[in-house]
Ligand binder design. Structure first.
Ligand SMILES: [Zn+2]
Length: 439
């Protein structure tokens, strides 16, 4: 290479680097290069898992027990170190705040829960909680101040009936506070162990408009993302659940002396109905599910034709009207079965139903765009499991981000999510928050 050419080439290189360098700093300003610390997230998952382990080595961080209380204290210590100045509201929810540039704006809130079911896993709830803290720490480390104030919320007793988020949505009733929890305490007593004040539970309530947006990162708890090799699930909503007690009445009679054509066999009718439930649910497109998960036969003897059967029927879907439509079809099938088997089939709708909770469409899009910009594959999906987000969706635009659960296992010590998947989810959470803040 001649000297003249060499000089030209090297100056080009310098110019090139200069342009590249300024591009880098621009994107950093926009927040696009901020990235969570995957190792820190995973090591904190393992650290939190140590609280509440019983003598047999099983996880027991059930709400209001020693493990829950100690795990919360550990978490609040980390929040303090991150400058979040955590407080506990009347329902026992932990709330950490970070100021924004514009104090007149409502906060962008995010988090999850750290209590678990008995003998549960280490990822359900904890991923969303630890990732929320991680987002704050990354912003701190990069001196990023958002326009909106930020709030990290760790809800109390999610697994025992979304107690903390119910209180925040204003749905926790005096009767609800009297209910016994898994810990043995009534909810009100349990809330006191967390530092809450059940006598003043209404002070935990937030009104519509108080929260700009709510985001919850969570493990899928099912196997769809893993099976389809999708990295990020954009949750469209949390399904509604309706239960019916189905009673089939026939006539209990001698199983030896009664000819086949003269029987009123309640179990035979119930069996046909169980198959009909499955056929009805499968007869329409969609992700609806229907289950008969309970059966009791009377009198229950080898030599007696079953006189009465009680079944437990459950239907779940994101669309409340679809649940009603499916049930109407099941009722029609039941009438035909009752006639042909000379039995009576009746339905009693149970009081514990939960309405479908839809997540915010705009937030869904921001999550999807953020995930795609990070190069992740995404899928819009429903949540078949309940979450705090279903309560918060009633008072604020809410959305959820799912990551794969290995083997689709949850509420079990075998629950597991890979560190890379957790970091992917936390990065989507981070970028989604930054995008919402800019809008
Ligand atoms: Zn959970």
């Amino acid at each position: 290479m001649q000297r003249r050419n060499f000089i030209q080439q090297s100056s080009l290189t310098v110019i090139g680097l200069g342009v590249f360098g300024s591009l880098l700093s621009n994107t950093k300003k926009a927040g696009a290069t901020l990235s969570v610390n995957s190792k820190r997230i995973e090591s904190r998952i393992f650290e939190l898992a140590k609280f509440g382990v019983d003598e047999k080595g099983r996880g027991y961080r059930v709400a209001y027990t020693k493990g829950d209380i100690e795990g919360r204290a550990w978490f609040m210590e980390l929040m303090k170190k991150a400058g979040l100045d955590p407080t506990i509201d009347a329902a026992g929810n932990i709330i950490g705040k970070r100021k924004g540039k514009n104090a007149s704006l409502k906060p962008i809130a995010f988090g999850s829960h750290i209590d678990m079911v008995p003998d549960g896993g280490n990822y359900d709830g904890t991923l969303g909680s630890i990732s929320a803290l991680e987002v704050i720490e990354i912003l701190n480390e990069n001196n990023v101040v958002t326009e909106h104030p930020l709030e990290v919320i760790i809800f109390a007793n999610e697994e025992g009936g979304t107690i903390g988020s119910m209180a925040m949505a204003g749905h926790l009733t005096p009767e609800g506070l009297k209910q016994k929890s898994q810990s043995g305490f009534a909810q009100a007593e349990g809330i006191k162990t967390l530092g809450g004040n059940p006598a003043n539970i209404q002070s935990a309530k937030r009104n519509k408009g108080d929260i700009h947006a709510w985001l919850e990162l969570h493990i899928e708890q099912g196997g769809i993302l893993e099976r389809e090799k999708i990295q990020i699930g954009v949750v469209e909503g949390i399904v509604g659940i309706v239960h019916w007690e189905v009673t089939v009445e026939g006539f209990a009679n001698h199983a030896g002396a009664t000819p086949m054509n003269l029987r009123q066999d309640a179990l035979l009718a119930a069996s046909q109905f169980i198959i009909a439930v499955n056929e009805v649910v499968n007869s329409v497109k969609g992700t609806q599910v229907g289950t008969v998960g309970k059966i009791a036969v009377q009198p229950g003897a080898y030599n007696v034709i079953p006189g009465k059967v009680v079944l437990g029927l459950e239907i779940r879907d994101l669309d409340a009207a679809k649940i009603e439509m499916l049930f109407k079809e099941m009722e029609k099938r039941a009438a035909i079965i009752a006639t042909s088997t000379k039995t009576k089939i009746s339905f009693e709708r149970q009081a514990n139903e939960s309405k479908p909770a839809l997540t915010d469409k705009k937030l869904q899009q921001i999550i999807n765009i953020s995930a795609k910009a990070l190069g992740f594959t995404t899928k819009f999906m429903q949540s078949g499991a309940g979450h705090d987000s279903q309560e918060i969706a009633e008072i604020a635009p809410a959305a959820m981000i799912f990551i794969p659960s290995v083997g689709g296992i949850s509420h079990s010590p075998k629950e597991f999510s890979r560190a890379t998947d957790m970091a992917n989810g936390a990065n989507v959470l981070l970028q989604t928050i930054l995008k919402i803040d800019k809008e």
